[in-house]
Ligand binder design. Sequence first.
Ligand code: NAD
Ligand code: ZN
Length: 378
Amino acid sequence: MGERVLITGGAGFVGSHLADALAQADHEVMLFDNLEPQVHGDGRTRPAYLDPNHRLEIGDVRDPDALGPLVRQADVVFHLAAMVGVGQSMYQVRRYTDVNAMGMASLLEVLAANRLRGRVRKLLVASSMSIYGEGAYTCESCGNVAPRLRPVEQLKAAEWEVRCPRCGSALQPTATGEDKPLYPTSIYAITKRDHEEMAIAFGQAYELPAVALRFFNIYGSRQALTNPYTGVAAIFSARMLARQAPVVYEDGHQQRDFVHVSDVVRACMLAMANQAADYQVLNVGTGRPISVLRVGELLARELGWSGGFDVVRRFRAGDIRHCFADTTLIRSLLGYEPKYRFEDGVQELVTWVSQQDGLSSAGFGDPERHLADYGLVR
Ligand SMILES: NC(=O)c1ccc[n+]([C@@H]2O[C@H](COP(=O)([O-])OP(=O)(O)OC[C@H]3O[C@@H](n4cnc5c(N)ncnc54)[C@H](O)[C@@H]3O)[C@@H](O)[C@H]2O)c1
Ligand SMILES: [Zn+2]
């Protein structure tokens, strides 16, 4: 028989896909979401993509009175509600800290109060690759290294590649494992590291199995195109549809790990079902690096965009050069195999973005200008 699964942030991109997959597998889903206007528009209406059969309660994760009744009915809780903009978190510091840290804190207090009933059997939280800072690298002379951010002087000279922190030589990026030291470089990332640590420490204290899933760069349908602080694949697509060249920082050869939302959902379901995931911190990526410019080119091909890219050769504070997942742990513990390379998954995203109307440059906002106003782009 299925379980009752509560998803905070369940009306969002990842949460709604997870809800569909859980319902498909005969679980009963309960979604909790405040329909944040930056994601869902000023009308705060129930998103059209949400299955009408899913139960959605509108409320704020910082409000234990709203959250409590749902937690008390849940067998499993996925905590996905969060403010999700790296750059924006650097000037809306209190807002990000408040929603993300206090949201998690409220959930944990509700779980603590609920514990006597012994209902919830597992807590899974969304973490992020952003907590790593720079990814892992190898140096020919020094072996494996975990560099900090590139010095600003180096970036001002448009020298983008990371140098060895010990000997200064050129480095090769390698897959980033969960044990790499964490150097979060944004307020958003710090709150995500907090999510992990809060969930695992709380879980151990109460013997409530907790799992932290370190999502890499997720893409796919339902990613909020009107939210200028969302993922780069959605931002690029929205730009092209608004007949504007996507803005590419540095030289575009920085590498990331783009994982399709359906692979992320499968990782979530495996972690929910399998005790081997309990108290673990797991990378959820593909293990394949792809450059930001290549992502843009593949999107351009699918969308028929021939207007090129605005490769600005400037840099944003806190940006890293390369990071992609070492997926050994999640493969060995849960048998997780990502199905999609970006080349394979891009079409599903493009089909979705092409169906969205009203994407004009006006509605899209101007994140670049905000960052520049705060001196966060140089
Ligand atoms: N998309 C990615 O590439 C990515 C990468 C790493 C981690 N994550 C994490 O995954 C989770 C889901 O991200 P997503 O991409 O689906 O984002 P999303 O913005 O589509 O979904 C987040 C949902 O949380 C809701 N929300 C925000 N503040 C809330 C509050 N105070 N109370 C209740 N609900 C609130 C929003 O309305 C939204 O529906 C987040 O925790 C995010 O940090 C996402
Ligand atoms: Zn070295």
